[in-house]
Design a protein around this ligand. Structure first.
Ligand code: FES
Length: 103
């Protein structure tokens, strides 16, 4: 059995060579926001949800990106409202947010 019911990785990679990276699109602030929301809703911890930072996940062209395991559902997002929807719909209620999903 998995230690977490859902394990979420946010790419926070930042590049200085001119190529696109998730950190240019508020990835750090939105990862912190997601972590805070998960905690506030009582969803964090073993058997529940874990929000983690990650380096480049090699989906840079879609950035910012996050992936939810074990479902391996990939998301992109632009603001706190998008994060709220992912947290409440997918992480709390188990319903994938189709409009933010990337293949
Ligand atoms: S920089 Fe985020 S996936 Fe590559």
């Amino acid at each position: 059995m998995s230690h977490y019911d859902k394990h979420v990785f946010f790419c926070l990679n930042r590049r200085d060579d001119g190529r696109a990276s998730c950190a240019e699109h508020r990835a750090e602030a939105l990862q912190v926001y997601a972590k805070d929301r998960v905690k506030a809703l009582g969803l964090s911890g073993p058997g529940k949800v874990r929000i983690n930072k990650a380096g480049c996940l090699d989906r840079c062209e879609h950035g910012p990106v996050a992936v939810v395991y074990p479902e391996a559902v990939w998301y992109t997002f632009v603001d706190e409202q998008d994060i709220d929807e992912i947290v409440e719909s997918h992480l709390r209620d188990g319903k994938v947010v189709e409009r933010l999903k990337i293949d």
